[in-house]
Design a protein around this ligand. Sequence first.
Ligand SMILES: Nc1ncnc2c1ncn2[C@@H]1O[C@H](COP(=O)(O)OP(=O)(O)OP(=O)(O)O)[C@@H](O)[C@H]1O
Length: 250
Amino acid sequence: MNSAIVIKKFNLSIEGTKILTDINLELPKNQIIAIIGPSGCGKSTLLRSINRMNDLIEGLEYTGSITVDGDNILSPNTDVTEIRRKIGMIAQTPNPLPMSIYENVIYGPRIHGLKDKVKKDEIVKNSLERVGLWEEVSTRLDAPANKLSIGQQQRLCLARTIANDPNILLCDETTSALDPTSAKKIETELLELKKDYTILFVTHILRQARRIADYVVFIYFGEIVEHGPAEKIFGNPSDPRMKQYLEGSI
Ligand SMILES: Nc1ncnc2c1ncn2[C@@H]1O[C@H](COP(=O)(O)OP(=O)(O)OP(=O)(O)O)[C@@H](O)[C@H]1O
């Protein structure tokens, strides 16, 4: 398999409490990977480990490796800013910066030193086109981002992440604060975007995972109970806990 991310013997604890236990995964490139499981089982913690977003948690300890493009991103030598550029995250609730639509999208490239106006304009247009927002905002790029609808704000945040030219997108319940129509729009854009990005998507909505996932990882009490192609997991799960979760009994 052409793997985007390889996780080996990954264990994580916070203040001595074990949160993730012996995680071993090889995640395929250019697919949507749904991370599912009951509340509190460790889905977000696993996702946030992949771009070192947990680093500031007090009492955090981890062992093992998470390899992306041949580099163990858990190594102390890792350039964490570069990792977060390559592995972008879209949060649960839209978090536009208090600035214009244009400035939101170009924020990352600008702080990395991009000054060329023609290049900046091109990145803004391309990024907004990729999330299906260009037509809706092209005449008001200087308007404050917080004037957009919540669904548009979330697509703007996706565009802001894409403008950094990442390889991997981490989506943490990215549609859960949106109305069904806006959520569907994000799903549609992600199905297009997987041609160019590997997408990890945490969701507690099984119907959503069935709609968009190519590959599924099921976590239960901090352990990976089952993972594999979506059709196998949803059509013929092996583990009894996986079956119970799909039936809604756990
Ligand atoms: N900063 C933190 N400090 C202490 N414990 C934490 C912290 N973040 C997460 N945890 C604990 O780690 C466990 C896993 O949490 P996590 O948010 O990863 O689960 P989840 O599966 O994403 O849950 P949900 O579906 O409810 O969002 C929980 O018991 C949670 O309380």
